[in-house]
Design a protein around this ligand. Structure first.
Ligand code: GUN
Length: 278
């Protein structure tokens, strides 16, 4: 029998732990304030930003919303980021991605002061993760480590295969698994004989961005499988990169979609916000 890793429950536990920490910090006279910037009105981004604001309110973090029009220029956005960098009241700055095409995402991410970059996207924080120094870590991979640890999945010494090499998930995920003493292989769109590699995984992390891409033929019997994908299928139902029904019976543990990795991203954003003050 396999374990369904309950991201909703684990993220709630983390948020409750953080809520207690924030209460204690407030008793010491410390407060936390997150600035959330959204440019344009992409519906998915609006949902994510709304959920981030809700999580802040639950935990006791103040959130300031900056909703800028779609036609905002790069300079206007950079000016706002610089202003927030210098504002002592603001502990964290989050610029919701993707940004409209006239804006260079990389330049904006680099403009966020590393000590306020609670998304962990700034090169200084990515570099810190790479060399094992203190810094903010990208929230989704950080959440996946928590899912594994809190579900009793051992990482140390295990073969961890990550499919995907994005800056937000694949690369930081691989570095975090390495930090936990996993043996890490990264697969991507140019990888040859991908099944031969994924079939060796004790822990398989899937971030390919294709609905139900992974079936049982990719998975070793008894592996733990983490699904980072989220898609809507032809019946408007949510599904992941993994074909859950086919794969689950062959695993020891697996995350569902929805209710697996998704809720963890926001919980870990809250974790990063709290650690900005601690
Ligand atoms: N867009 C999709 N995921 C993320 C995220 O984790 N942070 C930000 N800022 N934008 C996103």
């Amino acid at each position: 029998m396999y374990q369904i890793i309950d991201g909703k429950k684990i993220s709630q536990e983390i948020k409750d732990e953080l809520k207690d920490k924030v209460t204690a910090l407030k008793a010491e006279g410390k407060s936390i304030c997150l600035a959330v910037i959204q440019v344009g009105s992409d519906p998915a981004s609006s949902v994510y930003v709304g959920n981030k604001k809700k999580a802040c309110a639950y935990i006791g973090i103040e959130s300031l919303a900056y909703e800028l029009p779609e036609e905002t220029t790069q300079e206007e956005l950079l000016d706002l980021v610089r202003k927030l960098n210098e504002d002592d009241k603001i502990n964290g700055i989050l610029v919701q991605l993707p940004l409209p095409k006239q804006i260079d995402e990389k330049k904006v991410i680099q403009a966020i002061a590393p000590e306020k970059d609670v998304d962990g996207f700034n090169e200084k924080n990515v570099g810190a993760l790479c060399v094992g120094s203190k810094g903010y870590v990208s929230c989704t991979p950080l959440g996946i480590i928590q899912l594994l640890k809190r579900s009793g999945v051992e990482i140390s010494g295990k073969h961890c295969v990550v499919i995907g090499r994005s800056n937000i998930v694949g690369k930081p995920m691989s570095l975090l698994l390495l930090r936990e003493n996993g043996t890490v292989t990264i697969c991507h769109s140019r990888t040859q004989n991908i099944k031969e590699i994924t079939k060796q995984a004790d822990i398989l992390i899937v971030a390919v961005g294709k609905p139900k891409f992974i079936d049982e033929s990719y998975v070793k019997e008894g592996a733990a499988v983490i699904d980072v994908g989220i898609h809507r299928n032809e019946n408007n139902k949510l599904c992941g990169d993994v074909d859950f029904e086919k794969v689950a019976p062959h695993t020891s543990a697996i995350t569902p979609v929805p209710g697996g990795v998704g809720p963890m991203t926001i919980a870990m954003l809250m974790y990063n916000c709290v650690s900005s003050v601690e």
